[in-house]
Design a protein around this ligand. Structure first.
Ligand SMILES: *[C@@H]1O[C@H](CO)[C@@H](O)[C@H](O)[C@H]1NC(C)=O
Ligand SMILES: *[C@@H]1O[C@H](CO)[C@@H](O)[C@H](O)[C@H]1NC(C)=O
Length: 440
């Protein structure tokens, strides 16, 4: 063989070998590069696709509803000088509200299926922190009441098959990150629940009181008033049914327990108001609920009533166009009847001069100012004189559904103020300052 040729052959073979080795390593490198690119592309895709729609939403639902600010729009809309704040962020009609006994928390029931427990650190705050309790499916909430202090809350919900009561108490272990800032508020854990508590009827009102009268042990008892004629009394903490009464008055409007837990009174379709005594045994438990008095004097249905802070008087509003103040501190066991202390005309007239009815009443914690509503109108009266202290027409852009005074003053800047809260079908909760008693 020609030595030159053999060298050429060897070099060609070697070159080919080198080329093969080079290209092989090049392609495997490329392939692994492609693979790794594909990997990095795939992985985030994997995570992104399911999380992309949910992450921003869940972020929003965690951070946004925890505080709501009111923009300039609201500032312009605020037309009434006593209107001090609006709690927004409710997704539907607000059906009920309730203050904790220290006045620091305001719980709201909303038809969007959420209970919100707002912390009222300052009445004029731009936003309020709140705890969100998502109710189980099975009907929107119709009323809410604190079961003890601010750590437990009772909710009534309603659907076609009946109404349920749920008590939410503090979670034992805080597992989520949000738990940290909410550790002072009740956790969303159901402690007890009852279903079909008033057969198929809805619960109109829930009223709670800390039972301190006589031998009562201070626990919170709660009255649930059905749209029928029945009323039930519950032990807030345990959910034990303590008693049932029937008004036998065609249809209930509402029922309330006196602040000391001694009396239960109901406003119903007929003019007389029935009052029961909740009798406690020596061990502090409820022994009986007995009918003790009737408030006779109104000529038409009683739409609402409220107890005075000392539990010795009741104020009633009737479709007969009057308010009555009753003294129930009587020896009823000697057949002494409750006395009417005052009859006050309802000072709210329609355009034809006819007296309108009050739908709801709430008495300030000092017992001096009566707040009353008719539709979307809010009015404040002096209990002493019956005079109108102030009126907010169109207090809400829809019917007012619930109203309550904070049981204690709450901070506003450097002051302590009395505050009334109202809720409405307009998806809002408003806070109002108390009018001056001298302005009458
Ligand atoms: C009503 O609520 C109860 C209790 O949450 C539930 O079990 C039931 O399925 C609900 N019924 C309807 C018709 O939604
Ligand atoms: C609230 O009530 C619970 C149970 O009744 C009790 O353990 C807790 O100490 C109370 N908290 C306050 C702040 O009073």
């Amino acid at each position: 063989m020609d030595p030159v040729l053999s060298i050429t052959v060897v070099s060609v073979v070697l070159g080919a070998l080198i080329a093969i080795i080079f290209f092989k390593s090049y392609f495997t490198k490329r392939r692994s590069e492609i693979k790794s690119i594909a990997k990095t592309e795939l992985e985030p895709d994997h995570q992104k696709k399911p999380t992309k729609p949910s992450q921003p939403i869940s972020k929003k639902s965690h951070s946004k509803p925890h505080s709501h600010s009111h923009g300039d729009k609201d500032q312009n809309k605020r037309h009434h000088p006593l209107d001090v704040n609006t709690l927004k962020g409710h997704g539907d009609s607000v059906t009920g509200l309730c203050f904790s006994s220290d006045g620091k928390c305001l719980a709201t029931a909303c038809a969007d299926g959420v209970i919100r427990v707002h912390k009222l650190d300052d009445a004029s705050s731009k936003s309020f922190k709140f705890l969100r309790i998502n109710l189980p499916p099975g009907g929107p909430p119709t009323a809410v009441a604190f079961a003890d202090n601010a750590t437990s809350i009772v909710v009534a919900t309603h659907n076609l098959s009946g109404c349920s009561l749920y008590m939410y108490g503090e979670e034992k272990a805080i597992s989520t990150n949000e738990g940290k800032q909410q550790s002072k508020l009740p956790g969303p854990e159901i402690k007890w629940e009852h279903h079909k508590v008033h057969d198929k009827r809805a619960i109109l009102t829930l009223f709670g009181a800390s039972a301190t009268y006589g031998t009562a042990d201070g626990s919170t008892i709660i009255a649930s008033c059905s749209e029928g004629t029945d009323i039930s009394i519950w032990h807030g903490k345990t959910g034990k049914l303590l008693g049932n009464v029937d008004t036998n008055q065609l249809k209930n409007n509402m029922a309330a327990i006196s602040p000391n837990g001694r009396f239960l009174a109901a406003a119903a379709f007929t003019a007389d108001v029935k009052v029961w005594e909740i009798v406690y045994s020596k061990d502090g438990l409820v022994k009986a609920v007995t009918s003790v008095m009737q408030l006779k004097g109104h000529k038409s249905a009683v739409t609402w009533l409220c107890f005075a802070p000392n539990s010795e008087q009741i104020i009633t509003a009737s479709k007969d166009g009057t308010l009555r103040v009753w003294n129930i501190n009587v020896r009823y066991h000697l057949d002494e009847d409750p006395k009417t202390l005052k009859v006050l005309p309802i000072p709210l007239l329609d355009s034809n001069g006819a007296t309108l009815q009050y739908d709801r009443l709430s008495l300030s914690s000092d017992g001096k100012i009566l707040a009353a509503t008719h539709g979307s109108t809010l009015q404040w009266l002096s209990v002493e004189t019956g005079k109108v202290l102030d009126t907010a027409e169109k207090a809400h852009e829809g019917e007012i559904t619930c109203m309550a005074w904070a049981p204690k003053t709450i901070p506003m800047g450097n002051q302590q103020v009395s505050v009334l809260a109202t809720s409405s079908v307009d998806k809002k909760v408003k806070l109002w300052l108390a009018p001056s008693l001298e302005s009458s």
